[in-house]
Design a protein around this ligand. Structure first.
Ligand code: Z5A
Length: 205
């Protein structure tokens, strides 16, 4: 059995991940692939509980190390229960955020050294990395304006613009370091053009 491919979608707030995940799923299914759509943090009942704990605004200050370990705890569960079995069964896995979010938010945003995150990445994932990561890129303020039209802000959405500028800078850095694995798509364009660009990336894959 040929293993499935692992595709992740990343970006800062309001960049249009949910909107474009649907598009990617439909496109892949149209090519005859079986596709599992999932998300991080989350993807299993336990990991979804950890997600709720991570995102809920609270009076208590969340220690950055506690946040980092919770993200990886959720990821360990998600990988073993969902992602690895699906890939082994030949299903393509399309994941809304993955470890690049940890590099961006806990690394860039919270200030963790990338080497600390890399150690946890190896511990939890072994050698498993996405085959393709689509980074939807948008001017931070424009993305925040889009996001603010939707729901009540979660714990991350309450951060300052400078936090998201650091998050965005890490995404650019990751993409520059491994251009074969990452595709940066300008998400500030009209949706039709964003999806045209994504389609080109998928065709190349
Ligand atoms: N997090 C972390 O810290 N560390 C980790 O390791 C992981 C995650 C895995 C939850 O993520 C939080 O978890 C996240 C980082 C942290 N920070 N926050 N917040 P999330 O993915 O659930 O949350 P989010 O980033 O806010 O995503 P979202 O709510 O799903 O938004 P989105 O998917 O990017 O956007 P959207 O809902 O598709 O689109 C937003 C609006 O823009 C909507 O009205 C669309 O119709 C509109 N839109 C989309 N595209 C366009 C274009 N091209 N033009 C015009 N309007 C558009």
């Amino acid at each position: 059995m040929t293993p499935g491919r692992f595709i992740t979608v990343e970006g800062t707030e309001g960049v249009g991940k949910s909107t474009n995940l649907n598009f990617i799923q439909q496109w892949l299914e149209g090519q005859g692939h079986r596709v599992l759509v999932t998300r991080e943090p989350g993807g299993t009942p336990l990991a979804e509980e950890l997600r709720s704990l991570l995102l809920a605004p609270r009076d208590e200050t969340v220690d950055p190390m506690a946040e980092l370990l919770m993200v990886f705890a959720a990821r360990a569960q998600h990988l073993e229960q969902v992602i690895k079995p699906a890939l082994a069964a030949g299903t393509w896995v399309l994941c809304d955020r993955f470890t690049d979010s940890t590099y961006a938010y806990q690394g860039g945003g919270r200030g963790f050294d990338q080497s600390v995150i890399a150690q946890l990445e190896t511990l939890v994932q072994g050698e498993l990395r996405p085959d393709l990561t689509v980074i939807l890129d948008i001017d931070v303020e424009k993305g925040l304006a889009r996001a603010s039209q939707r729901s009540v802000p979660d714990r991350f959405e309450g951060e300052a613009v400078a936090f998201f500028e650091r998050v965005r800078a890490v995404y650019h850095e990751l993409a520059a370091r491994a251009p074969n694995r990452y595709a940066v798509v300008d998400a500030g364009q009209p949706l039709e053009q964003v999806q045209q660009a994504i389609k080109q990336v998928l065709t190349n894959l």
